[in-house]
Ligand binder design. Structure first.
Ligand code: FAD
Length: 542
């Protein structure tokens, strides 16, 4: 593998654009901006490309959007050159894909690895950003693009005594490169979000005892992994360009027709038939859209909830465990549902135990294990924290970003993030966010949303240059209008009713705000395109 081995002195300290992050967003940005003739540096905290797929090496890590769709679609030559091996690729395969993309476009030579951006300061007189890195470099650039990821800032486990445990501890999102062998070990897994649900069945195969600590159960559907389904491959093979275009103009970045069938007005046999058909696809978008009204009305949503609970009861032998695994505190889809391979059946194994933390909270972590509130003390060799992320805003406010007039992003966003189109925030000229809060981002197939943002930002920089402008910033009115619109869209759905990471509810002290834009990839793209067509409506340029 080629790494960037140039000395710091050889790298330009003054460039047109700095991109922060070398996940899929950073990689495409570099390719795109280079092609437009901008000087670009990419700064990446990790030791290689891949972002999410570099860090999340836990057992069972896979994508949950099929690889027919979770792939770059901007270049037919790239698509021709790569073949996915299955419907849901594993983390190592997706990481290899990111590395392949980097090699395909010779990207690594402009990426500094092991380099974290710690601070970014806007110099109004200079009209530039001044960045400080963990390698003590100062870089000056006209534009800064934060491609820092929506799910890249791990949420630290906040359990009393966590630092006292003498055994091994692992964070799913910072998994050791060489993997972990749990053979014969007594293992605790804390957390039953997607990472927990993907890793638990695999850890159970090795561990001598596995105890799963669950605060809130999540809905999960069987992935049915294997070869890519023919009915998904056929349209892609028949007309690749039309398939990708349909994805761009779809609700969630996957070209599936939205249904017009309402659950609340459907007879039981139609409900059952539609649910079962969606269940059998083993895909998120179909199960999230069994009925047109399921994310709008509780009664329609409850039809789907109860059918998933029936599935859980059919698999899990012990009724008490089945009930504990059955979500009743949130509507289906208001937290991202999970895809699994054998998750519920794992709880039938004699050496696997579920601890329901709503009934028996953890009192503290001890030197030897975990003490529960009822007085029970459990001994472990290893604790796995599958505790998730400070989503969407975490990685952005982790950088000390100071904009115009000394305003910091952290302070501005303390009551909740405020952006225009999820792309820029007033007070921070020339600073863009890829898949930022206020854009469809985590509610969509992120490859499609990343491509759309990268292309919009690249076109914007090219347009500024062509018009002789050096600076862009949203107006206060445009930003306020977008925030209001995004909130209005969320408020007509059930999304805000859940204590989800979409709402920031998993991070103590984080304001309760619905973070992504729920209006759909299609409507969002139209809004972004219209802003450009109307000569960057809502932006000030100079
Ligand atoms: P990331 O991949 O998160 O990359 C951001 C990069 O920025 C990281 O490498 C990070 O190290 C770097 N960085 C952050 N801050 C700094 C800093 N201050 N200085 C320097 N570098 C910094 N999405 C889907 O659409 N479908 C899926 O199936 C799917 N599965 C997922 C599974 C898991 C386990 C996770 C965690 C996420 C999944 N996602 C999925 C979301 C996923 O994050 C995106 O699909 C996509 O990979 C994001 O790419 P990105 O480049 O925007 O961000």
């Amino acid at each position: 593998m080629q790494r960037n081995t140039r000395g710091a002195a050889a790298r330009p300290a003054d460039v047109d654009v700095v991109v922060v992050g070398a996940g899929f967003a950073g990689l495409y940005l570099l390719h795109k901006l280079r092609g437009l003739g901008f000087s670009v540096r990419v700064l990446e905290a990790a030791s290689d490309v891949g972002g999410t797929w570099y860090w999340n090496r836990y057992p069972g890590a896979r994508c949950d959007i099929p690889t027919t769709d979770y792939t770059f679609g901007f270049d037919p030559a790239l698509e021709q050159a790569w073949r996915w091996s299955e419907k849901y690729a594993t983390q190592p395969e997706i990481l290899r894909y990111a590395q392949f993309v980097a090699e395909f476009y010779d990207l690594r030579r402009d990426i500094d690895f092991d380099t974290r951006v710690e601070a970014a300061l806007w110099d109004e007189a200079d009209g530039r950003w001044h960045l400080r890195t963990s390698t003590d470099e100062h870089i000056r650039c006209r534009f800064t693009i934060m491609a820092t990821g929506c799910l890249s800032q791990p949420k630290a486990p906040e359990i009393t005594g966590a630092d006292r445990f003498q055994g091994a501890t692992y964070l799913t999102s910072r998994w050791p490169q060489g993997g972990v062998d749990f053979t014969g070990k007594r293992v605790a897994v804390i957390g039953t979000g997607s990472s927990g649900i993907q890793s638990i069945p695999i850890i159970a195969r090795q561990a001598s005892q596995l105890t799963v600590f669950q605060r809130t159960p999540n809905f999960s559907i069987p992935a049915g992994n294997g070869p890519v389904r023919e009915e998904r491959l056929a349209p892609l093979r028949a007309d690749r360009a039309a398939y990708r275009q349909a994805a761009r103009l779809s609700r969630a970045g996957v070209p599936l027709e939205p249904t017009q069938v309402y659950g609340r007005y459907s007879p039981p046999e139609v409900r059952a038939e539609r649910f079962e058909a969606a269940w059998q696809t083993g895909e998120l978008i179909p199960i999230l859209s069994v009925f047109a009204d399921q994310i709008l009305f509780k009664d329609a949503n409850e039809i789907v909830c109860e059918k998933v609970r029936e599935k859980i009861r059919a698999v899990v032998h012990d009724p008490e465990t089945a009930e504990a695994l059955s979500p009743r505190d949130h509507a289906f889809g208001t937290k991202r549902p999970c895809l699994d391979t054998g998750y519920y059946a794992t709880f039938n194994l004699p050496h696997v135990r579920l601890v329901d933390l709503r009934k028996t909270p953890i009192e503290r972590i001890t030197e030897g294990g975990i003490a529960l509130s009822g007085g029970e003390s459990l001994t472990f060799d290893a604790i796995v924290y599958a505790t998730g992320f400070d989503a969407m805003t975490g990685a952005l406010v982790a950088v000390d970003i100071t904009g115009r007039d000394g305003l910091t992003l952290k302070d501005k966003w303390a009551p909740g993030p405020s952006t225009y189109l999820g792309l820029m925030s007033r007070g921070f000229p020339n600073l863009f966010t890829i898949t930022g809060p206020g854009s469809p981002s985590v509610l969509s197939n992120m490859m499609v949303s990343i491509e759309q943002h990268v292309e919009w930002v690249a076109d914007c920089l090219a347009a500024l240059r062509a018009q002789g402008h050096t600076r862009i910033e949203p107006t206060a009115a445009a930003e306020a209008g977008w925030v209001q619109h995004a909130n209005d869209c969320a408020d007509i759905t059930l999304y805000p009713s859940a204590n989800s990471w979409y709402m920031g509810a998993n991070v103590p002290g984080k304001p309760r705000v619905f973070l992504p834009y729920v209006g759909g990839v299609d409507a969002y793209r139209r809004a972004c395109d219209e802003v450009v067509a109307r000569d960057y409506l809502g932006f000030e340029r100079s």
